[in-house]
Write a protein that binds this ligand. Structure first.
Ligand code: NI
Length: 140
């Protein structure tokens, strides 16, 4: 039997988004996305969970220094927290900022920073849009 060591850091951020497919008519956008297509957008208090995987360092007893993990997450969230994702975040110029796509973009940004380290790998990104809706992005 083999085991994995995982640690998860949870962070909240506030952002607004609007669902709109530029290639569709206004009617089709309204029909498919409903209120989420309205021009003013709408906000959420999202919760991000970043899970990393690695060996427990025998000297520290930890997979990753938690200060480092917090720093990585907060630098990535600079582009998300208190932002209008459609307007203010360059990743969503041509990508609809659904929770699915938010999780994917966050994976790419966090992974880039985790890859610079030799102590752990990114295991999963989970983004809660509301208490009862969340998206996971992880390797199979
Ligand atoms: Ni929404």
């Amino acid at each position: 039997m083999s085991f994995k060591n995982l640690i998860t850091k949870k962070v909240e951020f506030s952002a607004s988004h609007r669902y709109w497919n530029k290639n569709w008519s206004e009617e089709k956008n309204r029909e498919f996305y409903g209120k989420s297509s309205l021009p003013g957008g709408h906000g959420h208090n999202f919760t991000l969970e970043v899970t990393v995987e690695g060996e427990i360092n025998p000297e520290t007893g930890m997979i990753i220094n938690l200060f480092d993990l917090k720093r990585i997450i907060s630098s990535v969230l600079d582009d998300f927290d208190h932002k209008n994702l459609n307007e203010d975040n360059p990743h969503f110029q041509n990508l609809i900022p659904t929770t699915e796509n938010i999780a994917k973009v966050l994976w790419e940004m966090v992974e880039k920073k985790i890859l610079e380290r030799d102590d752990c790998n990114l295991h999963r990104i989970r983004v809660y849009e509301t208490d009862d809706l969340f998206v996971d992005y992880q390797k199979c």
